[in-house]
Design a protein. Structure first.
Lengths: 256, 256
């Protein structure tokens, strides 16, 4: 069983090896710039760790895992645009639109989204691409709530903006492995908890969202509660969930 | 056999009846605004006409046909953004970004693209969504060439920006009908000609592209040549291609 950092290395290698559409021309450089900026790769690593814990073939799950990272990257590229959050830096480097201009950055986000779905469509089972598309749509709904300020219901906002792709990371691992739908529920409940945990910690780091609404101490207590629940859900799975426990800890104790 | 305007009415009804992702919230209004702005619906009508000529079930092809129109609409919404062509009007109405703001228009384009792929994924055969995704990627590559001025090769630019989705309109009709791949070629060659025809006429109407490069008279002659070739290709198909002939005429003689 591979550790999380070994799975991450597999993801990095697979992302670098991706062949993009032959007609993208010079646009490909913008896709690779955003995709190879690093980041934690937590969604693809989660997908691979679920695959391994569920008894699946990690190599076979790599296109699905990369597809999740491409959707995430698409959302960052569009989020950073001046008409959205207007962020000129991402992961310590100039944002795509600063380097390539707003129009090319916009198109590179569009292309990342389509490439993600092409990766998900490399499987014979259309359920994999369907789940990714559904989660992406939920995420876009969350973005809409975020930029229009219709975020009174913080739980809904986070469930859509962050949780949907975390759930899909778990779901894609199960689907690639061929776990019967009837057995998905406890795995998916874990995915929802991990997404929530990720978001609360994010808010603690940034001092907004949950941290602002509840106060720092209460948000830290909530972090500990959700982390305990996520670990407990893993204990209830009949699976070797060591790497998933490791991921819960990494999410709980991250500081950036 | 239904006439083109009857097929178009089927498309309009189907587009109005689409159920979008339940979590899009208020964003749905922006999708419907752009989608229900009218337009010729030539891509979905072409898809349905190919389906009918190839002996398929037009009703069954409706999700694929609508998916093509959603991809086209996504491209228009993003094209009109200030960072792209900066068009404030589309089909005689204010562009999406004028009505909803740049950020919401951007997200509505993203959502239209994902909804298109969800429609294509409503079929069991993943080849349908694969073809749509491939054509969309080609189209994005064409957009990139267009906005960066890398359009020295007008044929490549048009093949990607316009032709790819016309070819997919034919391809999706064939795939939905279950026409064996080995029999696709003459249909697809017709689709490529129709896409080229559409573009030359577009350039004649706008006075740019082919019209500017070749001069008006030469571009009109090219229109007539390509239209003749498209009709001839239809004659060579062993199919009742009356509606497709009608579409060639409509494209050839349109003035807007």
């Amino acid at each position: 069983m591979r550790r999380a950092d070994e799975l991450r290395e597999l993801v990095e290698t697979h992302l670098r090896s991706l062949l993009f559409g032959p007609e993208l021309g010079g646009l490909e450089a913008a896709l690779r710039y955003s995709l190879e900026a690093g980041g934690k790769r937590i969604r693809p690593v989660l997908c691979l760790a679920v695959t391994e814990a569920a008894g699946g073939d990690v190599e076979r799950a790599l296109p699905a895992a990369s597809a999740l990272e491409l959707v995430h990257t698409f959302s960052l590229v569009h989020d950073d645009l001046p008409s959205m959050d207007d962020d000129s830096e991402r992961r310590g480097r100039p944002s795509a639109h600063v380097v390539f201009g707003d129009g090319v950055a916009l198109l590179s986000g569009d292309a990342l989204l389509v490439e993600a779905l092409r990766l998900a469509l490399s499987y014979d089972d259309p359920a994999i691409a369907r789940e990714l598309a559904g989660a992406t749509l939920d995420m876009i709904g969350g973005q809409y709530r975020d930029i229009t300020g219709d975020d009174g219901d913080l739980e809904t906002l986070h469930r859509l903006k962050t949780g949907a792709l975390f759930s899909a990371s778990v779901g894609l691992g199960l689907l690639v492995t061929g776990v019967p739908d009837a057995e998905h529920e406890p795995w998916r409940a874990f995915g929802a908890d991990l997404g929530l945990l990720f978001q609360i910690v994010d808010d603690l780091i940034d001092g907004d969202g949950y941290a602002r609404r509840m106060g720092l101490e209460a948000a830290k207590e909530l972090t500990a509660d959700v982390a305990r629940r996520a670990h407990a859900r893993l204990d209830d799975l009949r699976a070797d969930a060591r790497v998933l426990h490791e991921i819960v800890d990494a999410v709980t104790f991250r500081t950036a």
